[in-house]
Design a protein around this ligand. Structure first.
Ligand SMILES: Nc1ncnc2c1ncn2[C@@H]1O[C@H](COP(=O)(O)OP(=O)(O)OP(=O)(O)O)[C@@H](O)[C@H]1O
Ligand SMILES: [Mg+2]
Length: 322
């Protein structure tokens, strides 16, 4: 099966700024790929190349087998793009925007009007559709944007930070719409700065930073790469830290480390539920008074910050190259 989107060793420079530096990735047809990265990572540059709006300097992009540079005219009808900034005309109504787009897709007369009506209805904009877009709220604009990019019934939907600036309610309804499209078989390439959004929508993730891929996989894989669950053990008396450490080592939990300034020990939990029970039993038998015991799972934000933060550096980049 050919991939819906195939990107090979893609590069793009703006003067001396290397915005995209050798990115390769693939989105299978009917799947959702989340492209994650901090400000300036190169997300918009990448999706603009996929959408034929700017040309790559090196490498290539195939959309359903068609090269975005050499066969741009064949690629464009396959793609719907919702840009990072609203691309609809403010001076005319929502309905008129959608009608014009339907006309661009060669629908005529009654069919173009019906399409505009249908898209407004689907995005709960029927009432607002009569008013000029200039008076819409941010959430209404975002919905109109998405409606506009779906008017041509694209096989591949490209969304650049679709929910930035939306309230939780608008965000959830947009997520629901994207999930519905994905279920119906639309391929989606979505950029975001939010791990939570990526987890809610995407089958797999590619994290980019400074124009390079620094990690790829499912959210679960990215989480586990950072070590997964850790057990924090706090003896009631900090003086017992060395003793607890001894007890754990003797019971075979050799990965335990003492974090003296936090007054606890950390033990990566890799052995399933049985390991936790064994730890509690060993400590019980040793009769050390415990102050607290809790498991810590890295939050999605921690995962994102660890991957892209200033301390991320070379080791992560080296791992992704494999
Ligand atoms: N038209 C342009 N001219 C010059 N530099 C550009 C241009 N477009 C992007 N850049 C630069 O390329 C780099 C990547 O920008 P890009 O907009 O792709 O990042 P992004 O990941 O979309 O960021 P954000 O999350 O802020 O939207 C940045 O350093 C940016 O300043
Ligand atoms: Mg951007």
């Amino acid at each position: 099966m050919t991939a819906a989107i195939r990107i090979e060793d893609l590069t793009k420079n703006f003067g001396s700024t290397a915005a995209v530096r050798g990115v390769s990735l693939e989105v299978p047809a009917g799947r959702v790929l989340g492209l994650l990265g901090p400000n300036g990572a190169g997300k918009t540059t990448l999706v603009r190349m996929v959408s034929t709006l700017i040309r790559p300097d090196g490498g290539r992009i195939l959309v359903h087998g068609h090269d975005v540079v050499r066969e741009a005219a064949r690629v464009r009808p396959l793609i719907g793009l919702t840009g990072q900034y609203a691309s609809v005309d403010e001076d005319i109504s929502g309905w008129e925007n959608l009608y014009l787009i339907a006309r661009l897709f060669n629908l005529r007369g009654r069919r173009a009007r019906a399409r505009a009506d249908e898209m407004l209805e689907r995005f709960s904009l029927t009432e607002a559709g009569k008013r000029p877009v200039g008076g819409y709220s941010g959430g209404m604009r975002r919905r109109l944007d998405l409606a506009a990019s779906l008017t041509g019934d694209p096989r591949v939907l490209v969304l650049d930070e679709p929910t930035t600036g939306l309230d939780p309610h608008s965000r959830n309804s947009l997520w629901a719409e994207v999930n519905r499209l994905a279920e119906q078989g639309t391929t989606v390439l979505l950029t975001t700065q939010y791990m939570e959004e990526a987890e809610a929508l995407a089958d797999s993730l590619v994290v980019i930073d400074s124009g390079r891929v620094i990690a790829a996989g499912s959210t679960a894989e990215l989480r586990s790469r950072l070590g997964g669950q850790t057990l924090h053990i706090r003896p009631e008396h900090p003086g017992d830290l060395p003793r607890v450490h001894q007890v754990l080592m003797a019971a075979g939990h050799t990965a335990a480390t003492v974090v003296a300034d936090e007054g606890h020990l950390r033990l990566p939990l890799t052995g399933g539920g049985g390991q936790l029970t064994a730890v509690v039993r060993a400590l019980g038998e040793a009769d050390v008074p415990l102050g607290a015991l809790h498991t810590h799972i890295p939050s999605l934000d921690e995962v994102f910050l660890k991957l892209t933060g200033p301390a991320a550096g070379a080791p992560v980049a080296a791992r992704s190259a494999a």
